[in-house]
Design a protein around this ligand. Structure first.
Ligand code: 3NM
Length: 214
């Protein structure tokens, strides 16, 4: 799938660590979110997870199948080899992950490339890299879903970083139905979240509500 900034609008992120290490619960929740209208999904299986490399590969393949069925692009976090192997749509890397230059060399033209940036210096450096498709920026607010999250940016800084970026920017970290209207006012292209959707009592209703805030 070719990149389109609209893909960033409701960009769900998750791995089995976000559903009590229960693969069935994870897949059922992701499928419900896809059915309800998320616009992209990032498979982010973290070290705290108990999954083997083979199990992660099987999960990634299943997610790619689901993504094809519901026309939702699947982005793999920090594993370009897995993204290529399972036929995913993209790869997302952070500042501390694989070298972005190497990722571009291996993935440009084949995969959507997402890159995490949360300082003006990082954004300006990313502006020079035309092969990048989008920037993930956060945490905007306090998050309990990422152990090693940087200090919160807040809305003013998010707005400044968005205006500096030549790439479309997706906001992440602590998003809620209450704060999303203010986040969208900063001019960002999209919203990325874990707990707002995966911890929701009613995923369909939550995704529908997020959609209605655009
Ligand atoms: N990345 P929640 S914050 C995966 O700041 C991730 O780059 C972040 O989870 C960053 O929506 C984060 O539950 C966790 O707050 C987002």
């Amino acid at each position: 799938m070719n990149f389109n900034p609209k893909m960033l609008q409701i960009y769900l992120v998750g791995g089995t660590q976000d559903t009590h290490h229960d693969s069935y619960e994870f897949l059922a929740k992701v499928e419900e979110a896809m059915q309800a209208g998320i616009t992209a999904f990032q498979y982010r299986e973290k070290d705290s997870s108990t999954m083997t490399a083979d199990a992660r590969l099987i999960m990634a393949r299943r997610l790619v199948e689901l993504g094809q069925h519901y026309s939702v692009p699947i982005i793999i976090d920090d594993d370009i080899q897995m993204a290529l192997r399972v036929g995913a749509d993209g790869v997302h890397v952070g500042q501390d992950d694989e070298q972005i230059e190497r990722v571009i060399k291996e993935a440009a033209g084949k995969l959507i490339i997402g890159y995490s940036c949360n300082t003006a210096t990082e954004i300006k450096a990313a502006n020079q890299l035309t092969a990048i498709d989008y920037i993930g920026c956060g945490p905007v607010f306090e998050t309990t879903s990422k152990i090693d999250a940087d200090p919160v940016l807040g809305l003013d800084k998010l707005k400044k970083l968005n205006s500096l970026s030549t790439h479309p920017l997706v906001a992440i970290g602590g998003l809620s139905l209450e704060n999303i209207p203010a986040v969208l006012k900063t001019g960002v292209s999209g919203l990325s979240m874990i707990s707002l959707v995966l911890n929701s009592e009613d995923i369909t209703e939550t995704v529908t509500k997020i959609k209605s805030l655009y």
